[in-house]
Design a protein around this ligand. Structure first.
Ligand code: GLC
Length: 809
């Protein structure tokens, strides 16, 4: 523990002051085949077009003609041709695609704008003995979003971050400069202009947004700075365009969208089986149980402890019967122990990271002295991937990668030494240069290895650490939070910025990892957690248990109600996942993404949208039953009571413990399905599609596939387009199987139309039934519930069929 002594004036070391010099003046330029090089006195700039709206500007002090290799986070791209360079008295104007770059002759400072004249900031480059610095301009009213996983609020302006993956066990607080993930993406947003700046540097990178009101700076320690300017024009375009650089999440297996239960640790086979039975006997849906480090023999990865887990195969088959999956933790540290095959084989084949004098780098983690695979080498990734046969043989298809910053207990830096050498496929680099990408490459090794071994089944990988692009291989959880109400609030802004930074599939430990949850906290956090893309309850050794039933009946019922809500909502949720695989857009969205011109949304860190239609406004303080909710423009309905609100206003929500304030946008199309105790196929034989009308035309694409295999990539999926329109006493619902790559039976659909503005008299081709219960027995029919103003229409839909339902009043 630290005391006030920490800030004793005599102990504060004064920061060494670095002298920064311009990299200019300009010495000339050269137009190469597909790029332009601008030469300066001290550095050169290489300018390439990735797409007509994304320009890459690399700055290198390391030689006049240096061409930077993009990091392994970037997807390969072929630079576009067609640059036009004009030299003027005091500047150089370079045009390519929809980008105009204007460089100052004296200093090599530059600004970037689009062909339409929208300014994407001006930048001043300088260097010191130890770093390259880029100072960027910031509009008065601009917000800065993105930056991956950081504490604090949604808008990052005023904060400083060091991109350096760190295992932070201390309670996560707002002034934490580094956490487990580093995603150096800044999304600059003002009401009439959004653009992104991505800094591709897996070494230590500082992003300082405190400096001055109208500027910020970025500093890299490697002598190089690789900048990508991402234009929009809209906010969503910027997020989608960023995914062109670093990729999109592949479609995860449906089971990984289910509720997941974890603890450090479920100690033995009996406890795991008992846990699974508890879920089933209580009727609380659950798909996954995690095995934390105690499942291993002496914390050796790719082993089971023979006393605690004497018969993993029998355990797995019983769990399979019950509809559970197991996800074991796999850390990078490999125990140094003679006779341990993974260690011996790795040493023999040269698979581990080495110190500059060619010895294995050894650091202590859970197993004691350990060595670390050098994931920067493709052969090592393949080797590591193949080792997962051990788990696949037990029927395991999900892996949890942890401690992969990498965390090293006994090192002063708490990670691998900076001078450890990574072979990097023949282009050796130091750990200092590659630190942040280590975890990405571990997740890649795990994902690709599992993908091969599973032969057509989709793998699931969960990771703690990561770098830009991590979404291509893994789901991210936000590490060791605590059972603090504050951390519950924090999980929203963290998830929202992760989502804007490409990581759509993310979530926090529900209930909090360290410290002791209370029943009230668990109830509230579960209400929030079921609306986050990744939904796992996890807690630490020696803390109070926090499975849904460990408090009292009320808390258990609340957890059950909300977990059930998630399972019913799977068609909506899975369709959002599908959308994200196509667009790179987040699933859990800050309001500003959907309402970029509405200033009331700019700072909203404590409410969010799931997709564009569900607005979630959790209670995140103890004893509270009310909170302020901002509803953006349009009409909104309270999900539970149906109360109608005009948007563009703040309202007070009343939320006793069993109520999560939840609002649904007029125009929303919310497909739901029957409740199940665990997920199955994502082919929704029976669909309940809730339509929220009020004159708003709307559309939704429902996605279906087998939920498990990679056959969707070859077209084995279905898309149902649903749209609605309401005009003067006429309401039309269209549903069409637009793509039908999966054979299946006719689908039964029950539409529930909420808040119709007229009393229905007829529905084309469908007859009215006298009572609601008839709809349970019949395949077609409609019924109008006057009291609740809800119209129910039941119909069938066959493959490639299109139906148009016209309701007239
Ligand atoms: C780390 C992880 C935590 C896990 C523990 C033991 O602290 O962040 O989730 O339970 O290690 O493996």
């Amino acid at each position: 523990m630290q005391t006030s002594e920490k800030i004793h004036p005599d102990q504060i070391e004064s920061e060494s002051i670095s002298i920064y010099r311009d990299i200019g003046p300009y010495k000339g330029y050269e137009c190469r085949d597909k790029y332009v090089v601008i030469y300066g006195e001290h550095a050169n700039l290489t300018v390439k077009l990735v797409t007509p709206g994304i320009v890459r500007i690399s700055v290198s002090l390391k030689g006049r003609d240096a061409e930077l290799e993009p990091s392994k986070a970037l997807l390969p791209y072929e630079p576009l041709e067609g640059w036009n360079v004009i030299e003027r008295n005091n500047g150089l104007e370079i045009t390519g695609g929809n980008i105009v770059l204007v460089v100052d002759i004296a200093t090599l400072s530059f600004y970037v704008k689009t062909g339409q004249g929208t300014l994407c900031g001006s930048y001043k480059l300088s260097f010191s003995d130890t770093a390259v610095r880029c100072q960027g301009s910031m509009d008065d009213e601009a917000m800065i979003y993105g930056l991956g996983e950081t504490t604090g609020y949604l808008n990052k302006r005023g904060e400083r971050y060091t991109m350096w993956n760190s295992d932070v066990f201390d309670p996560h607080v707002s002034d934490m400069e580094s956490l487990y993930q580093s995603i150096p993406l800044l999304i600059h947003h003002a009401s009439d202009n959004t653009f992104g700046l991505f800094i591709d540097n897996p070494g230590r990178t500082v992003v300082d947004l405190r400096e001055a009101l109208d500027s910020y700076f970025i500093e890299t320690a490697s002598g190089e700075m690789d900048l990508y300017f991402i234009t929009g024009p809209g906010f969503k375009d910027v997020v989608t365009n960023y995914s062109i650089l670093t990729g999109k999440m592949p479609l995860p297996p449906l089971w990984s969208l289910g509720y997941q239960q974890s603890r450090f640790s479920y100690m033995n086979q009996e406890e795991v089986i008992q846990l699974a039975h508890n879920f089933r006997s209580k009727g609380i849906p659950c798909d996954v149980i995690y095995l934390d480090i105690h499942y291993m023999d002496d914390y050796k990865v790719f082993t089971f402890d023979k006393d605690r887990f004497p018969d993993p195969a029998a355990m797995m088959s019983e769990l399979k019967e019950l509809g559970f999956r197991i996800v074991p933790v796999v850390d990078p540290g490999v125990k140094v122990q003679d006779g341990y095959e993974v260690y011996e084989q790795g040493v023999e084949e040269g698979r581990f990271c080495q110190t500059p004098d060619g010895k294995e780098y050894v650091g202590a983690v859970w197993p004691g002295p350990s060595v670390f695979p050098d994931f920067t080498d493709e052969v090592t990734r393949e080797w590591w991937g193949a080792l997962h046969q051990f788990y696949v043989d037990y029927g395991i298809s999900g892996i949890w990668n942890d401690m992969n910053e990498p965390s090293v207990f006994n090192s002063p830096t708490k990670t691998m030494d900076d001078n450890v050498i990574h072979r990097n496929d023949g282009n050796p680099k130091t750990h200092g240069e590659m630190h942040n990408i280590y975890s990405l490459l571990m997740s890649q090794a795990t994902y690709e290895g599992m993908e091969k071994l599973l032969q057509g089944e989709r793998p699931f990988v969960l990771t703690r650490a990561g770098y830009a692009g991590i979404q291509r291989y893994a789901t991210v959880w936000t590490g060791d939070n605590r059972s603090y109400w504050d951390h519950m609030r924090l999980s929203m802004s963290m998830g929202l910025n992760l989502g804007l930074s490409g990581v759509a599939f993310c979530g926090a430990d529900i209930g909090g990892f360290m410290h002791h949850a209370s029943g009230e906290l668990l109830a509230r956090w579960t209400q929030l957690g079921v609306f986050t893309p990744f939904c796992r309850n996890h807690s630490a050794v020696d803390t109070r248990n926090q499975e849904p039933w460990t408090f009292n009946d009320e808390v258990e019922e609340i957890c059950q109600k909300y977990i059930e809500f998630r399972y019913r909502m799977l068609p909506y949720l899975y369709s959002l996942f599908y959308e994200s695989t196509c667009t790179g857009l987040p699933i859990m969205r800050p309001l500003v993404l959907e309402y970029p011109k509405d200033r009331n949304t700019y700072h909203l860190s404590d409410q969010f949208l799931l997709g564009k239609d569900l607005l979630v406004a959790p209670i995140y303080e103890p004893g509270k039953q009310h909170r302020v909710v901002y509803l953006p423009e349009g009409i909104w309905f309270d999900y539970w009571t149906g109360t109608r609100y005009e948007g563009g206003a703040h309202i007070i929500a009343h939320a006793p413990l069993d109520v999560l304030p939840l609002y649904i946008r007029a125009g929303a199309i919310l497909p739901q399905t029957q409740l199940m105790q665990h997920t199955g196929q994502a082919i929704w034989q029976e669909l309940d599609i809730h339509l929220y009308t009020q004159g708003v035309t709307s559309a939704f694409t429902l996605y279906e596939d087998d939920g498990l295999s990679d056959r969707y990539a070859q077209g084995a999926y279905n898309l149902i387009q649903i749209s609605t329109e309401e005009n003067d006493r006429r309401y039309t619902i269209s549903a069409a199987y637009e793509v039908c790559g999966l054979q299946q039976d006719d689908k039964s659909i029950l539409f529930t139309v909420h808040h119709l503005s007229f009393i229905p008299k007829s529905v084309n081709l469908i007859s009215e039934v006298p009572e609601m219960k008839h709809l349970e027995e019949q395949s077609f029919g409609w019924y109008y519930d006057k009291q609740d103003n809800q119209l129910y229409i039941k119909t069938q839909l066959a493959g490639l069929q299109e139906v148009e339902i016209i309701v007239e009043g």
